[in-house]
Design a protein around this ligand. Structure first.
Ligand SMILES: O=C(O)CCC(=O)C(=O)O
Ligand SMILES: [Fe+2]
Length: 262
């Protein structure tokens, strides 16, 4: 975890020229650096996004500067993927689907990493937003933050709750596709990032889901006459298609999948 934060921090400290090598506003690139608000939800952050699972397929796209980037981020990515498998096993068991449900598809699934870099807040008077409210598309997001800034909104109230940055701790939340799979038993978490008053901040979000073209449906075992199917099936590709046009209309991708759209 320390190595991953170091690698991310050293990457963001590189000259603009080095970082711009990865600059793109094409959300389908295997690696992408950007500083603007082109994805519709970022306000004052820069980010590097890339895939990580299976590592051998993706690491060749990763930065070679700083020189330790691939080693440190690679180690973190593999361990995070392992943790995501353990968490999914427990969650699927909790849903009554059995620990081995989807296991192979999860092992070969997408791991998408977003490294976010936020400046220190310019003013003490406003709650400046670094990243606007949204939910993540996958099953689970595992998030590591260098200092506080992450805030979450629970379903039953409209207030933001700050998530403390505890040394050595990871924050985990449910994404849109787990809401779909669980047929609404689990809800994807709306979250945002505010700027830190004391220092610039780095977060590393690792998003875990099925592979690009694999559709996620409500588990048949969780659908019956009292629990009708709530969502239509969709894949990560569908999410990428959804993103540019609809980000302002829905806070959560999953709302666009509701069969009885509210
Ligand atoms: O910076 C944070 O704490 C949140 C990052 C995030 O939500 C994301 O990258 O999807
Ligand atoms: Fe997020």
């Amino acid at each position: 975890m320390k190595g991953a934060l170091e690698a991310a921090s050293e990457f963001f400290q590189l000259s603009t020229e080095h970082k711009e090598e990865f600059a793109s506003d094409d959300i389908r690139q295997p690696i992408r650096y950007d500083t603007s608000s082109r994805d519709g939800i970022s306000m004052s952050r820069s980010f590097l996004k890339h895939y990580a699972n299976p590592l051998d397929d993706w690491i060749k796209f990763w930065p070679t500067q700083p020189p330790t980037y691939r080693e440190k981020m690679g180690k973190y990515a593999v361990e995070t993927q392992r943790v995501s498998m353990q968490l999914m096993e427990a969650i699927l068991q909790g849903l009554g689907l059995g620990p081995l449900y989807l296991q192979e598809k999860l092992e070969g699934g997408v791991q998408f990493m977003a490294l976010n870099n936020y400046p220190q807040s310019a003013s003490k008077t406003t709650d400046e937003i670094g990243l606007a409210p949204h939910s993540d598309y996958g099953f689970l997001t595992i998030l590591l933050q260098s200092s506080p800034g992450l805030e979450v909104m629970h379903h039953d109230d409209d207030a933001w709750t700050p998530v403390p940055a505890i040394p050595g701790a990871l924050h985990v939340h449910v994404g849109d596709h787990l809401e779909v799979l669980s047929n609404g038993q689990l809800k994807s978490l709306v979250h945002r990032a505010v700027l830190n008053l004391i220092e610039s901040r780095i977060s590393i979000a690792s998003i875990h889901g099925l592979s690009m073209d694999e559709e996620v449906h409500c588990a048949e075992e969780l659908v019956d006459e009292h629990h009708p199917k709530m969502y239509r099936g969709s894949s990560f590709q569908d999410f990428l298609n959804f993103l540019p046009a609809n980000m302002n209309k829905y806070k959560r991708f999953v709302e666009s999948l509701r069969i009885d759209k509210p």
